[in-house]
Design a protein around this ligand. Sequence first.
Ligand SMILES: Nc1nc2c(c(=O)[nH]1)N[C@@H](CN(C=O)c1ccc(C(=O)N[C@@H](CCC(=O)O)C(=O)O)cc1)CN2
Length: 287
Amino acid sequence: MSVEGYESRIIDGKALARQIEDEVKSELEALESGRGITPGLATILVGDDPASRMYVRIKHRACERVGIRAEDHILPAETSQEELISLIDSLNKNRDVHAILLQLPLPKHLSPQEAMEAIAPEKDADGFHPYNMGKLMIGDEGLVPCTPHGIIRALEEYNVPVKGKNVVVVGHSNVVGKPMAAMFLNRNATISVCHVFTDDLKRYTLGADILVVAAGVKHLIKADMIKEEAVIFDVGITQEKDGVYGDVDFENVIKKASLITPVPGGVGPVTVAMLMKHVLKCAEKNF
Ligand SMILES: Nc1nc2c(c(=O)[nH]1)N[C@@H](CN(C=O)c1ccc(C(=O)N[C@@H](CCC(=O)O)C(=O)O)cc1)CN2
């Protein structure tokens, strides 16, 4: 990656993640010594998708670093909806499990929505339960999805104002796009949400003061599609034989942007660190 001379424009996701983990570590120590509670996270992985396995592994490693007790539930790809719900029910009842994370995507025959609804809202580390999503929509941000939360935290850390800014979110998934748009609306930004059916994407991206791209299309965003001095968050990850690529043509876009996240080392590590915050929050509230 040749970015010589532009290093100061890079949002260092790894450094921010370390900072967030340090905060979690010290709050967790206070919770343990003050109330005798060690936060516990249960992760559920259905099937053997290699990327999902890697993400769960990354989350367990983060738990280890900050002192969260993590348990790993790996179910075969042919698990039925009833079996999955039955595991979630048992974790909901387990007082040592303060937070539950169901790794997405699920195998095609399973309903992620039904599974998310089965997770007790107060143990919903990902903020995907309709109760938590509904609260987010009315401006009450309790447990919110980790990636959008991480992006808001990065904007705060880098002193980027949001109020009144034009924000464009590319991608309208429940994991990133929709909750991201709601979080910007809650902060009085003006939002456009673009997606695969958007006609003339560039018309929107050119107006963005802040651009969040979560489309999963390698190098979708080129330098001629962004405004000078825009702040860019690249959530996309495309794994290829020769490396990992984001949705943004980083090497060219960095020359125009004022701040930009790289892939890897940008939004991904911050997402995982925010999950640690959420597990702590679940543990603090649960007792
Ligand atoms: N239950 C959930 N499922 C999924 C979520 C989520 O937030 N909750 N988000 C994504 C995947 N994801 C977390 O689960 C995730 C993606 C990427 C990273 C990360 O750190 N990536 C590294 C690059 C790793 C690589 O080499 O591929 C980086 O960006 O530096 C962490 C978590 C979908 N599912």
